[in-house]
Ligand binder design. Sequence first.
Ligand code: PLP
Length: 366
Amino acid sequence: MIPLFERYPLLRERLPYVALGEFPTPIEKLERLGDELGMGSLYLKNDGMSARIYGGNKIRKLEFLLGHARTARATEVLTFGYAGSNHALATAICAEQLGVRTIAMLLPQPNARYVRRNLLMAHRCGSELHAQPNIPALSAATLFQLCRHRAATGRVPEVIAAGGSSARGTVGYVNAGLELERHVAAGELAEPDAIYVAAGSMGTAVGLMIGLRVAGLGTRVVPVRVTDVRFVNARRMVKLFRNTTTLLHSLDPSFPALELSDTDVHIREEFFGDGYAAFTESGVEAMARIRATEALSLEGTYTGKALAALIHDVRTGELQDETVVFWNTYNGRDFSSRIQGIDYHELPRPFHRYFEEPVQALDGGA
Ligand SMILES: *Cc1c(COP(=O)(O)O)cnc(C)c1O
């Protein structure tokens, strides 16, 4: 049973959930990278392995989001992201397994190789893809699609927040915090001093903060901002923290009504670079380092930037003698065989440019 339900049996009765992944995900010591950096206690919590076909951090959120959609007997879900969205893809893959169709409203982003892969895979999973030039256009088009689908199916599609970071999706990472405590209790690592994690829509970081507090661990979460400051800031983080604990407390009064104040929030801003999905020198260097030492593949939009923050803090001596966890949020499964031979011309026209234009220079440029 998942640790959240073991600890709070009422939540098990009241909170819809569908198992989609393979948990617990591995925890391992990064001996070689740790040696190179002069760190004795560096660990990887590898949510890249969270599911068989496509892992990453969205699976934990979708277990609760699609659990709810299934209880509501939804036949379609609608969600949001950028063109290469890992969230929109994970939703398409998991929803398809439940016989639910995904409609994805997608904003433009800098080009990268993973954008091409993700678009082809989402298409293969039957996702209906809509390219939108900006947020106002996306909002209008979303209303239109909700009406159009209601007219066609008799039901409004279930809306899933961008990045899956509603209170309900964030619960997936409350459970992940409790999962980490099981590793500590089993002696797999000492109680960590810090966890470094990318923050895009904040559900991962906020859920972990709640889960660790409930578990009684004093571990600090270090969120590394990788999207616009409109989406990741202390005020929004406090709000998501409150909404998530309120949801859990309302379903099970024994779940503590925890509080977070803005002064407890320390978001790292210096690794963002020029914008969302614009790879950075430090991010790409961090990716090369963990690939060379640990054979782990990251990407430049989220995890490269988060690892760059960790490496920076090692260099400045901030993590001296600490037990530190790098929480990998990026898919670690190779799905290339599943998209082999798919012609990108099958995608809606506005997505063709990701296949026809070069990728950004720091992603190899081809
Ligand atoms: C979505 C995503 C994140 C960001 O997680 P949030 O919960 O949205 O902050 C981090 N890494 C990867 C690889 C992602 O796809």
